[in-house]
Design a protein around this ligand. Sequence first.
Ligand code: PLP
Length: 378
Amino acid sequence: MKHPVYLDYNATTPVDPEVLKEMIPYIESYYGNPSSSYSIGKSNKEAIEKARWQVAELINCKPEEIYFTSCATESNNIAIQGIAMANSNKGHHIITSAIEHPAVMEVCKYLGSQRFEITVLPVDQYGRVDPQQVNDAIRPDTILITIMHANNEVGTIQPIDEIGLITREKKIVFHTDASQSVGKIETDVDKLRVDLLTIAGHKLYAPKGIGALYIRKGTVIENLMHGAGQEKGIRPGTENVVHTVGLGKACEVALRDFKQNQQNMMVSRDRLLEGLVSRLGNKVHINSNLDNCLPNTLSVAFKSVNAHELASFISNDVLISTGSACHSGETTISSVLQAMNLDFRTAAATVRISTGKNSTEEEIDFTIEVLINAINKL
Ligand code: PLP
């Protein structure tokens, strides 16, 4: 067992050994510029196209609908700002939700400070957006709806397919940030009925510094960056071949091992929860509805225990994150937990534990002991 036990896979994942193996030749030997017409350039171009195909397979789209970026934040910016700019002659209204990651929320806030108007939809106690409220918020000048597929903090899965029905009928462009869902739950762009979808490499066992954006064919978008035209001008700049190859392989592996990975993440998460509940009883408060949650995510509060103290107390043994930030002794509750109307004490006691595809029983049992011991001491 590796020590400390890592249970923060929603923050990031380690690079899969199969992914690393695929990347190494592109670090050591294949240095050609993909735009060059001689063979070492062309072979790198082919490697990128293979990766595009591998990513497309995972989310059920055409390879030409995949654009490589440097991260999810960049994909979200390209999507949201690009669609806003391309449609500003039609309207200036954008709809989003209160539980978005800053990589969406801050983009919307920025556009709100320009000439756009942003509606931020509330969520229920589990962090779920109501499709009816999306429908009711739509105006004649609505040009974009951006709502995440699954939440990073509490794991709640949004009714994206239902919202997609509405956006299709009303002919409004629909973007979803699927950074947390790809590789964990089915993410099929046709079933979800989305026009744009964000992928983050490092959340699915590819390295940091690579992301992708799906843009449905026919979607009109304006380029944010201007340069030599790589990625059809959507993301110009010499391609990050090494990491692109890594993301492609990670998607291939994620598709191949999907069922097994999903099962393992869920079994680990549930074993952890059962272990905690059987020993701590009603001291444990679960923030999400586990029937509609990422299989690996557990957002849980241990009554009367400060989450920061707990996470820091166990950090030599187990790595987890908290639902609040603590600066100079002052606790600020995350915007997600605030939007869910969680009371301050429960939110300040909330930790996020997220399992990975290779989490083991041994790690989980060790974590239960470490947590119980820490909670009793604190
Ligand atoms: N969107 C979601 C839902 C995330 O969880 C994250 C990272 O935590 C991001 C976007 C941003 O990813 P990155 O920092 O790789 O751009």
